[in-house]
Ligand binder design. Structure first.
Ligand code: AMP
Length: 304
C-alpha cells in the first residue's frame, strides 16, 4: 500500500538576498512527495495543476516513483503560482503574490486504488479539503497533518476537526503559539495535544524541532549549515522525510518516531542548500545516511 500525499503543486517565484528564480517547481505536496521518495514507494500524489504544467515535471515526479493517477489537469487554466521574498534574516519571508489559478477549484477526489492507504500526509491546504480527504479514506492508520497561520486564523473550526483526526500535527513555533494562544512552547504543546493528536512536532527553523507524545519530549538538533540559500519547502520536506521513513519501516514506536524526526530534519537541511527542489534532485540515499549519522553525533555525549 502507498503513502497518500495531498497538497499544493505550484510554480514558485522566489527572491532571496542572493538570487532570484521564476516559476520553479514547488508546492507543499511536491516537496513532501519528493522527500518521501528517498525512503518509500509508491507515493500516491493527489493534487491539481493547469494545462501549463510541464511534461518534464511530470516525468521528474514519475521517475521518483510518484504515482500521478491522482493528478488533475485543468484545461485552459494555469498552475498555482506563489511568490515569496526572503530578508537577510532568512526566517523572515514576505508573500509577494498568491495566484490560485487551477488550485482555486481543488476538490480532492481520492482514486479508488488509493483509498486503502494506511498512511496519509495532509499537506498545507484548506482544512475543509483535508477533512474531505479523510472522509474518503477506508481506514487510515496514521495521519500526518500540516497547516499554516492562514488556516489557524480563518478556518479554526475545521482545523480543529482535522487535528482531532490526526496522529501527528507538524507546525512551526509561531504557528504553535498562535494555535494555542500561549507564548511558552511547552505549555502551548500541552494545549495543542489536548485537541487530539497523539504526537506534536514543533519545528524551530535553524534551532531544530521538538517532538511531544503524551508524556515525553524529544529535542532534535538542527544541522549547523553555513549557508542557507532558500528556505522554501523546508517544512514540507521535513514532513515528507518523516512520513516516508515511517511508512517504509512501519514501526510506530516512539523510538522510531524520533528517528523519523531526524530523517525529516536531514532532508530539510538539504532542501535549503539550493533553490526549489534542485538540491533534492542531486542527493542520494547515501548522502542522507551520512548526514543522519552526523546528526547523531551532534548531540551525543557520555556521562561517567
Ligand atoms: P514552506 O516553505 O514549507 O512554507 O512551503 C512553501 C511552499 O508552499 C511553496 O512551494 C508554495 O508553493 C506553497 N504555498 C504557499 N502558499 C500556499 C497556500 N496558501 N496553500 C498551499 N500551498 C502554498
Amino acid at each position: 500500500m502507498g503513502l497518500l500525499v495531498v497538497g499544493s503543486i505550484a510554480y514558485d517565484t522566489i527572491e532571496t538576498p542572493f538570487d532570484k528564480i521564476d516559476d520553479a517547481l514547488g508546492g507543499s505536496s511536491t516537496y513532501i512527495s519528493i522527500a518521501a521518495s528517498f525512503f518509500t514507494a509508491p507515493i500516491h500524489l493527489v493534487g491539481i495543476v493547469g494545462s501549463d504544467f510541464k511534461q518534464e515535471h511530470k516525468s521528474l515526479l514519475a521517475e521518483k516513483n510518484i504515482d500521478l493517477d491522482g493528478l488533475e489537469i485543468v484545461e485552459n487554466e494555469q498552475t498555482f503560482r506563489w511568490g515569496g521574498k526572503y530578508h537577510y534574516d532568512l526566517n523572515v519571508r514576505d508573500t509577494l503574490f498568491t495566484h490560485l489559478n487551477a488550485f482555486q477549484n481543488f476538490n480532492p477526489i481520492i482514486p479508488a486504488k488509493y483509498r486503502k492507504d494506511k498512511f496519509v500526509v495532509l499537506g498545507n491546504i484548506e482544512p475543509k479539503l483535508q477533512l474531505k480527504v479523510l472522509e474518503q479514506m477506508d481506514k487510515p492508520e496514521f495521519v500526518i497533518c500540516d497547516t499554516m497561520n492562514l488556516w489557524i486564523e480563518t478556518a479554526r473550526e475545521d482545523l480543529d476537526k482535522v487535528i482531532s483526526k490526526s496522529d501527528v500535527l507538524i507546525i512551526n513555533d509561531s504557528e504553535a503559539r498562535l494555535l494555542a494562544k500561549e507564548p511558552n512552547l511547552i505549555r502551548a504543546a500541552r494545549k495543542i495535544k489536548s485537541l487530539g493528536p497523539k504526537y506534536l512536532i514543533i519545528k524551530k527553523g535553524e534551532h531544530g524541532a521538538l517532538l511531544f507524545n503524551e508524556s515525553q519530549i524529544f529535542s532534535a538538533p538542527a544541522y549547523p549549515l553555513e549557508s542557507i540559500f532558500d528556505p522554501t519547502g523546508a517544512g514540507d520536506s521535513f514532513a515528507g522525510g518523516f512520513a516516508g521513513f515511517l511508512h517504509q519501516t512501519g514501526d510506530l514506536s516512539f523510538d522510531n518516531i524520533k528517528k523519523a524526526v531526524i530523517f525529516g530534519s536531514t532532508i530539510a537541511s538539504y532542501t535549503v542548500e539550493k533553490f526549489s527542489l534542485q538540491r533534492l534532485m542531486e542527493i542520494t540515499k547515501l548522502d542522507i545516511k551520512d548526514r543522519f549519522h552526523e546528526f547523531k553525533e551532534l548531540s551525543r555525549f557520555d556521562y561517567e
